[in-house]
Design a protein around this ligand. Structure first.
Ligand SMILES: Cc1ncc(COP(=O)(O)O)c(C=O)c1O
Length: 464
């Protein structure tokens, strides 16, 4: 990394955006944990592929053969990335959410089965299990972490869980549980491990010790709509696939179906070959850049970001102690300022993109913020009536390979100004109005990009 620079550039890094003072600023993207921009190599691979785009596994023409080849090559790349071995398959999905739903269905869970998971999880690794069977949770401490010993105790409690579903890295705190130790303990009890690698995959190598891996291309610089689920082919060899339809069968009669072998058995319908090509190219490019460079770059950013925010008067960073090795993510609150207002001001006044709210991890954020049961009941009642204004939450800044130290410093200086104005009761330079239906704030302004008519481009963070 050049001093203070990005590790590599992404498509759109030079984008300028309108601000409420009527000027344009370089967009400072600190929302990589949500979705990343494309690596130029991924965008190039997609552009080069498109002229030969055609059906996959459904045509005898030359272009179909080329498309099928490209798709199968992408599958191979995804499987290798997930550290899949002999006997494993990669199923191309839309994203991590679809991958975990897919797996949950294919494990043939019974209502009395138990899946062990944790309160740190994203909703994508909680809800798919909860509608099929019982869940047992590993609790976290007030700093949002748990010990391997807590997991070991939960695994050993009868009945033995069918699987352990755990995140590789929290999308809220960037904390990374010790997956190798957890997997060893789970395997000791014969419990397979499902890794939600949505956040881990773009930042660290996938641990080889887990049994199933789910990840999303749009979080790892291949934003073309594909993700993957990798795991033993045996899981998918018998029983009904998650999706039923064309491409998944060997034989169909009006009252009979013979499903084909995995992975095709699991991919009914025409696949997203463009997404798969983009994701594979992003994986190849990450491999070319290499984990040592990525980890070194992001460790520097993590330190600068988390320590910098924590040093600002009136700012509280949630999560593990500041010397913990986390992803370059910081979730914070500003005393006296609504989280949605902080995010709106960062965007409208400084051109900085962050996320606010609960980050699709309601159980985790209520623990991190220490919200009392009475408060939870109060906002739940308001929410049921369609009012999102009092929804608790925080602000999240997250970095990736194209984030620079200057980007982090831009955030630190903007948050310092917001915290100071909140402490001194000083109003923002423009008034902001809160939308009860979303909880989001919008500036009252008459400049390009921020007029009332531009509200259509406002992105609500309310849906978790
Ligand atoms: C830890 C974690 N798991 C799962 C998901 C769901 O990913 P997707 O929206 O790509 O399905 C996310 C998304 O933010 C995440 O951060």
């Amino acid at each position: 990394m050049t001093s203070g620079g990005a590790l590599t550039e992404l498509v759109g890094d030079d984008c300028r955006v309108p601000c409420v003072d009527g000027t344009e600023r370089r967009y400072v993207n600190l929302d990589s944990a949500a979705s990343t921009a494309a690596l130029p190599a991924a965008a190039r691979a997609v552009a080069e592929f498109l002229p030969t785009y055609s059906s996959v596994h459904r045509g005898a023409g030359y272009k179909s053969r080329r498309s099928t080849e490209a798709y199968e090559h992408a599958r191979h790349t995804a499987l290798e990335f997930a550290r899949g071995g002999a006997g494993d398959v990669a199923i191309i999905c839309r994203n991590t959410t679809e991958a975990i739903n897919h797996l949950a269905y294919r494990l043939g869970l019974e209502p009395d089965d138990v899946v062990l998971t944790t309160v740190v999880e994203h909703h994508a690794n909680l809800l798919p299990w909860g509608r099929l069977c019982r869940r047992r949770y590993v609790e976290c401490a007030t700093d949002g972490t748990f010990d391997v010993a807590d997991v070991v105790a939960a695994i050993g409690t009868p009945p033995t869980p069918r699987v352990l579903a755990v995140t590789g890295a929290s999308n809220v705190t960037g904390w990374m549980p010790d997956i190798e130790a957890i997997a060893e303990a789970a395997h000791h009890h014969g419990v397979p491990v499902v890794l939600d690698a949505a956040q881990l995959a773009p930042h660290r190598a996938i641990p080889s010790s887990v049994d199933y891996v789910a990840f999303s291309g749009h979080k790892m610089y291949g934003p073309f709509g594909a993700g993957a689920l990798a795991g033993p082919a045996e899981t998918f060899r018998h029983g009904d696939p998650f999706l039923a339809g064309g491409g998944a069968v060997d034989l169909v009669d009006l009252d009979e179906v013979v499903w084909t072998a995995p992975p095709e058995r699991e991919e009914a319908g025409s696949p997203n070959v463009v997404g798969a090509v983009g994701m594979a190219a992003a994986i190849d490019e990450l491999g070319r850049i290499g984990w040592p460079a990525i980890v070194a770059h992001e460790r520097q950013l993590a330190r600068r970001l988390r320590r910098g925010l924590a040093a600002i008067d009136g700012v509280r960073v949630v999560g593990p102690p500041l010397d913990t090795d986390t992803l370059a993510i910081a979730t914070f609150s500003v005393e006296g300022a609504h989280h949605a207002l902080v995010a709106a001001r960062l965007s409208a006044e400084w051109g900085i993109g962050v996320r606010h709210g609960c980050f699709c991890a309601h159980p985790y954020i209520t623990r991190l913020l220490g919200i009392s049961p009475e408060e939870i009941e109060r906002y739940r009642t308001a929410l049921r009536g369609g009012d999102h204004r009092a929804m608790p939450g925080a602000v999240r800044a997250s970095c990736g390979i194209s984030t620079s130290a200057e980007d982090v410093d831009a955030l630190l200086s903007a948050v310092t100004a917001i915290a100071r104005s909140a402490a001194e009761g000083e109003p923002p330079p423009v008034a902001y109005e809160q939308n009860p239906a979303t909880g989001d704030f919008w500036p009252v302004a008459d400049v390009p990009g921020w007029r009332p008519d531009d509200k259509g481009t406002g992105a609500s963070c309310a849906v978790g």
